[in-house]
Structures are given as C-alpha cells and as structure tokens.
Design a binder for this molecule. Structure first.
Ligand code: Z5A
Length: 210
C-alpha cells in the first residue's frame, strides 16, 4: 500500500541529474519529508551487479533484447527491495532515472516497439508509476560536452549523437503526452536557475501533498 511520493529525475547524458538529485533531497528534507534517494539501473546489491553488466564493455556484445530485459530485471529487484517498502513506510523516493529512461533509450535509441516496452512495464510494475518526473532538457551537444570531462565512456556513453537525439525526442514526446506528471526544466540555464525552477515545482507538489 503506497503512501509516500515517488519522484524521478530524467534526461539525456550530462544534463545534471546527479547534481540536482542532491538538491531535491536537501529541499524535501528541509520541508520535513522522510526521503530516500536511489538510482537506476541499480539501487540494491543485485541491481548494482546488473548495472555493471549493462554499462561495462564486454568481449561479447550484449544484444538489445538482453539489455531491455536486464533493465527491467534490475528494476523488479529495486522495486521489491527498496522502492515499494519505502513508499509503504510513507517515505518520498527520489530516483535518478526510471522507466521513462527505458522508453527513451531502449525505445528511442534502440528502436524497440513502445508497445512491447509497455507490456514488460505492466508485468514488472503493475500499477506503480512515478507521481512526478523532472525532465532536465538540454541539447545533446551541450550534454555530451558536459559529460566528456569524465572517465572512460561506458556502453551508453559510447553511442553516437544521433542515438541521444532520438532519446531526447522520446523524452520530450512523453512529457508532452503527460503534462501533469512531467516538469520540463531548461537545463541549459545556470545551476542556480535550474534549481530555482525545480524548487518551484517542488513547492507545488508539497502544497498538494504537504
Ligand atoms: N539507461 C537505459 O538505457 N535505460 C534505463 O531504463 C535506465 C538507464 C534506467 C546510466 O545512467 C545509463 O543507463 C544511462 C542510460 C541508461 N546512460 N547514458 N547516457 P546514469 O544516469 O547513471 O548515467 P548518465 O546519464 O551518464 O548520468 P550522468 O552522465 O552522470 O549525467 P548527469 O547525472 O545528468 O550529470 P551530472 O554528473 O550531474 O553533471 C554533468 C556535469 O555537468 C558536471 O560536471 C556538473 O557539474 C555539470 N553541470 C550540471 N548542471 C550544470 C549546469 N546547469 N550548468 C553547467 N554545468 C552543469
């Protein structure tokens, strides 16, 4: 039985999810909410092992079907061990990526049929969906520049710009289709401006679920 709120943070590579996850957590804690932060793929010991399979380069190439199913395998474990118990305890869960990322990356990037993804989503999640999703939107070019300063690119970071353009397009399409759930924030602004926009959306949510 869910009583807490489930918030997710989405966007293409380098938009500032990690930077803003911490901001959201602090903001909600100051508002008196019990929160947990987590991420996908990952969030439990087993799901983090699956994350390694998904992100690392291997001698054998991981086929797209395995990639899709491993995303949902990690998610099933994460839901059972972490997300559902926290929501049932009345906590607010702030998650760095969730199933919108599967639609964007596996649907948009790898061209899986969205209906097939929806079928697996329903199988794994039943009626559980995020209550609010912050989509940090940024041009792929700037996102890749921001992310470039880091270590060796992983399996996803090694994709070409066209892949990330498809990912961004699906995110924006999903946000347009579900305007109540999504808050789209212009991530090309300064960190302070981005966080001001996020704070405005959080204030609205806190008013409704105070
Ligand atoms: N994936 C998938 O395919 N399907 C799924 O269902 C799921 C995931 C759940 C791992 O995700 C990969 O899994 C991901 C999609 C796939 N691959 N990709 N690409 P991840 O979230 O762990 O990895 P990520 O997307 O690569 O996250 P990231 O690169 O760490 O980006 P970020 O967290 O959004 O950015 P950041 O580290 O906060 O910021 C990047 C830099 O920009 C940093 O130096 C900041 O200081 C700077 N920054 C942040 N905001 C600003 C502003 N506003 N101005 C200037 N500079 C800024």
């Amino acid at each position: 039985m869910k009583t807490g709120q489930f918030l997710t943070l989405e966007g293409v590579e380098g938009v500032g999810k990690t930077t803003n996850l911490n901001f959201i957590a602090d903001y909600l804690e100051k508002a008196g909410k019990a929160i947990i932060t987590t991420r996908e793929p990952g969030g439990t010991a087993i799901s983090e092992e699956i994350r390694g399979l998904l992100l690392n380069h291997h001698d054998e190439s991981l086929c797209d079907e395995s990639e899709l199913l491993l995303m949902f395998a990690a998610r099933a474990q994460h839901l059972k061990e972490v997300i559902k118990p926290a929501l049932a305890a009345g906590k607010w869960v702030v998650c760095d990526r969730f199933t919108d990322a599967t639609y964007a990356y596996q649907g948009g990037g790898r061209h899986f049929n969205m209906t097939d993804i929806a079928w697996v989503e329903q199988f794994v999640q039943k009626d559980l969906r995020p209550d609010k999703t912050v989509l940090l939107d940024l041009s792929v070019e700037i996102g890749l520049q921001r992310a470039a300063s880091r270590s060796e690119p992983d399996r996803f970071e090694s994709e070409k710009q066209a892949f990330f353009e498809d990912v961004r397009r699906v995110y924006l399409d999903r946000a347009a289709a579900e305007p109540k759930r999504f808050c789209v924030v212009d991530a090309s602004q300064s960190i302070e401006q981005v966080q001001q926009s996020i704070a405005t959306h959080l204030d609205e949510l806190l008013l409704t679920h105070g």
